[in-house]
Ligand binder design. Structure first.
Ligand SMILES: Nc1ncnc2c1ncn2[C@@H]1O[C@H](COP(=O)(O)OP(=O)(O)O)[C@@H](O)[C@H]1O
Ligand SMILES: [Mg+2]
Length: 505
């Protein structure tokens, strides 16, 4: 009962049963009325014929009566009429029609009836005003109902006897006012008895079809959901390769597709984590190996001259510095990524920062013969953390100096953008970056392989850190490059007004 499939199935079943039941009921009701109206229709065509026949037959019967006739005159007339039924009467009417003559109260006159239904003697006819039959000149049939005590209820039509041959009154007596043509009402029971087997049969076929369909439908929803559930269990156990087929109704397909996307994402981030750890181990191994090598050599006396010892100490110092820098950069990256370090933002003019950087790189520019050109056309103040932005530009300029040959040119520039942002650019005329490397530049530990990368000092973390810092400022950073022509790194920063508007909205 708890399972979705069972519930869906039961729901279908319930709907089908209710629908079939309602259809059967309404069919019965409709058909009941329908049958009555057919019966009345037949009686209405038969009525005038019977009335005319009464006028014709009554004189004939009176003429041809033998003294020893036992049948009362009225009944004799009516029996005669029943005998001369024409072909046009339907089979049913011919076998079940009763004729009766009534008085002004609607009571059937004794000995003035004929037909297959007995006991008509005590019967009464329900008619809107039976007395009117005595006076009316309207000879159209009126619908009525005949009640027979302890007998069936009959549908009937009544017509006036007025205006027929005078022998009619002689045959039926002075109380007679109307002739009634009656036939059993097609009762509900009859309709039910007639329809039930057919309805039951079609109901069963419908039910069987519905059962199969309901099963298939509920299966189409439940089966994919079961797949997803078992896949989710597998993922929980650590099997991230798990994918589910995208089938079933749209919502279930959506769920399956999103599930696959999610597991894909989990798998990717697991992979990233593994790569990250592998990278760190790899980066640590080289400096630690040489630290260990030199310290062992000193310890076991392989290196014992003072010059050698001093050289070893310098190497150990350099290498441990490298390790320390790696650890610092990693800590930095993880703190910014996890939001542990927040930017200490303040309104600042880029001029000040640029001047500082110009001083910082002046010596390096002189040493390498690479010209550093700084232009700032911004008027607005940016909303930024001075030290962090310096860190970004420091890394971009350092990269540029490292990948630009002697005599090259490095440009640092800033300009206003239309939408309340400032764009900062560091471009160089260096070796460039191959299109293959461009999309990965900002990945952790990514260092471009190509372009004769001589300087392998860095860890490939600088750009990853830079991107985190720029993003923490609400900006974006990207690179464009032309191999052997140069590279441009561009990032955006919101200006003070814009940042306030963003925060306000
Ligand atoms: N201006 C540039 N010209 C050419 N290659 C660059 C430039 N800037 C960065 N790169 C490439 O991107 C890589 C990643 O840079 P970065 O993240 O700063 O790491 P690192 O400087 O420690 O190598 C560099 O190793 C280099 O291959
Ligand atoms: Mg760098």
């Amino acid at each position: 009962m708890g399972s979705l499939q069972v519930r869906l199935f039961l729901t279908y079943l319930f709907i089908i049963v209710v629908t079939l039941g309602l259809a059967t009921l309404s069919l019965f009701l409709l058909l009941g009325g329908y049958r009555d109206s057919i019966t009345y229709g037949n009686l209405e065509t038969l009525g005038p014929f019977v009335r005319t026949q009464v006028g014709i037959t009554a004189p004939d019967v009176l003429d041809s009566r033998e003294p020893d006739d036992t049948v009362p005159v009225g009944a004799d007339v009516l029996l005669n009429i029943l005998g001369i039924r024409e072909e046009r009467d339907s089979e049913r009417l011919r076998t079940v029609t009763s004729l009766a003559v009534i008085d002004a109260q609607g009571n059937v006159l004794p000995d003035a009836w004929a037909g297959p239904v007995s006991l008509l003697d005590a019967a009464t006819v329900e008619l809107s005003s039976p007395a009117a039959l005595a006076t009316t000149s309207d000879i159209s049939p009126r619908r009525c109902r005949m009640d027979i005590p302890e007998g069936p209820s009959l549908l009937c039509v009544a017509l006036p006897l007025r205006g027929l041959a005078p022998e009619v009154e002689e045959a039926f007596g002075p109380d007679a006012v109307g002739i009634v043509v009656a036939t059993p009402a097609a009762g509900m029971g009859e309709v039910l008895a007639d329809l039930t087997p057919r309805l039951l049969f079609s109901g069963l076929i419908g039910l069987a079809a519905a059962l199969v369909l309901g099963f298939l439908l509920s299966q189409s929803v439940a089966a994919p959901l079961r797949n997803i559930a078992s896949a989710a269990r597998n993922v929980a156990r650590g099997n991230y390769r798990q994918r589910v087929p995208v089938t079933g109704p749209r919502e279930v397909r959506d769920l399956a597709a999103n599930f696959n996307r999610m597991t894909g994402e989990v798998q990717r981030s697991q992979q990233t984590l593994r790569d990250f750890l592998a990278n760190i181990s790899h980066e640590l191994k080289t400096p630690l190996t040489s630290i260990r090598g030199f310290s062992e050599a000193v310890l076991d006396g392989t290196i014992d001259d003072p010059e050698g010892i001093r050289r070893s100490a310098r190497i150990i110092n350099d290498e441990s510095g490298r390790v320390l820098r790696l650890v610092e950069e990693l800590l930095d990256l993880s703190r910014i990524e996890s939001g542990q370090i927040s930017m200490r933002k303040e309104p600042l003019r880029l001029d000040e920062l640029f001047e500082h950087l110009s001083a910082l790189f002046a010596l390096r520019s002189e040493d390498t013969g690479i010209k550093l050109e700084i232009t700032n056309t911004t008027s607005a103040r940016v909303d930024g953390d001075y030290d962090r932005l310096e860190q970004v530009l420091n890394n971009l300029l350092d990269n540029a100096f490292r990948h630009t040959p002697e005599g090259g040119l490095i440009r640092l520039s800033a300009r206003d953008l239309h939408d309340g942002a400032v764009q900062v650019m560091v471009s160089d005329t260096g070796v460039g970056i191959s299109p293959r490397d461009l999309p990965h530049l900002f990945d952790r530990f990514y260092r471009a392989q190509s372009m004769g990368n001589r300087n392998r000092k860095g860890y490939g973390l600088g750009l990853a850190i830079s991107r985190e810092i720029v993003r923490a400022h609400g900006g974006e950073i990207w690179a464009t490059s032309e191999p052997n022509q140069g590279t441009s790194f561009v990032f955006t920063l919101p200006t003070v007004g814009q940042a306030a508007r963003k925060a306000g909205s």
